[in-house]
Design a protein around this ligand. Structure first.
Ligand SMILES: [Zn+2]
Length: 311
């Protein structure tokens, strides 16, 4: 069935999401998005934006009303990611580009909905989270960017091994209470960056990352064994690595105590304080412009000296 073309048809922006364009078409034609969906034969309920939302669509009617081809309309939808364990595409706006949104009110671009998108592909500005957080360190941000690149590559190459590793990392975060399975597209900026940073550690040094997290935290290791009985061998390997770390870095745990959160925290803060001090001294000795590797080597040497011999 063919219908008359809509009287007003603002063209879609480059990479505009279908629901965003339908919203703008409705506004231009002085009706609600729901009324327009009825006219276009898209049914009731949520305005379609995923490719699987268009399964029952009368394409002849839709194409003639908006004067676009089936291919053009399908290209404006989000992929069907339901078969992926890693939730890399969001059905909600968790970030946007202030520049593009100001220029075209009501605009949402497709790539803003992907977990790995950090900058607007149209104008190059940094995307802004729904709930931005002040004071996020440059280091966390840089690590999150590397994590986002790893995630993008894993999905683009359909790299099952890497995707499984990312999935495990998110499960680990969920068990430890530092995130959840939807954190990669969280509206909270800090939560999302933490998850992306964990993807970076999880894909580059998966076991070491887990070992560092689990140091002095036996409760979490037990919880992991309970939740992932099928990964018992890997968890035991991680536990062995944490014990090895404790043996190699005994100075980190001078406050010998049965393991527990308090001990864990004080160990960690003492360690990071002395490491920071060592780094400062290395910089003062070798200068800010020194080779990064040389600085690290020097800081490591200072850090390993017994206490009271830091000069
Ligand atoms: Zn933009």
């Amino acid at each position: 069935m063919t219908v008359r073309p809509l009287p007003f048809r603002p063209p879609p922006s480059h990479d505009e999401l279908l629901s965003s364009w339908i919203g703008r078409l409705a506004k231009a034609n002085h009706c609600s998005a729901e009324e327009l969906c009825g006219y276009l034969g898209l049914g009731q309920g949520r305005v379609p934006e995923r490719i699987n939302d268009l399964g029952q669509v009368d394409w002849v009617r839709l194409c003639s009303a908006v004067q676009r081809t089936r291919h053009e309309i399908a290209a404006m939808t989000l992929p069907d990611a339901t078969h992926h364990a890693v939730r890399y595409v969001s059905l909600h706006c968790f970030q946007h580009c202030p520049g593009c949104a100001e220029q075209t009110p009501g605009l949402t671009l497709r790539h803003w909905r992907f977990a790995w998108s950090m900058t607007c592909e149209t104008c190059g500005q940094a995307l802004v989270a729904k709930y931005p957080v002040k004071g996020i360190s440059g280091r966390l941000r840089a690590r999150a960017v590397r994590g986002s690149e790893a995630l993008r590559a894993a999905v683009a190459n359909n790299d099952h091994r890497r995707l499984r590793r990312i999935d495990l990392t998110l499960h680990l975060m969920t068990v430890l209470g530092t995130g959840h399975l939807g954190s990669l597209t969280s509206k909270n900026e800090h939560e999302r960056l933490l998850a992306l940073a964990a993807v970076n550690v999880g894909t580059t040094h998966p076991l070491l990352g887990a070992a560092i997290i689990l140091r002095g935290n036996d409760g979490a290791a037990q919880e992991l064994r309970r939740v992932f009985p099928q990964h018992r061998r890997v968890i035991e390997r991680i536990r062995a690595m944490t014990q090895d770390l404790d043996r190699r870095l005994p100075e980190l745990c001078e406050i010998a105590h049965p393991t527990g959160h308090e001990t864990y925290r004080s160990c960690r803060s003492n360690a990071s304080e002395s490491a920071l001090q060592a780094a400062r001294q290395a910089i003062s000795e070798l200068g800010h412009d020194a080779n990064r590797h040389a600085l690290l080597m020097r800081a490591d040497t200072i850090w390993r000296r017994p206490d009271g011999d830091k000069s």
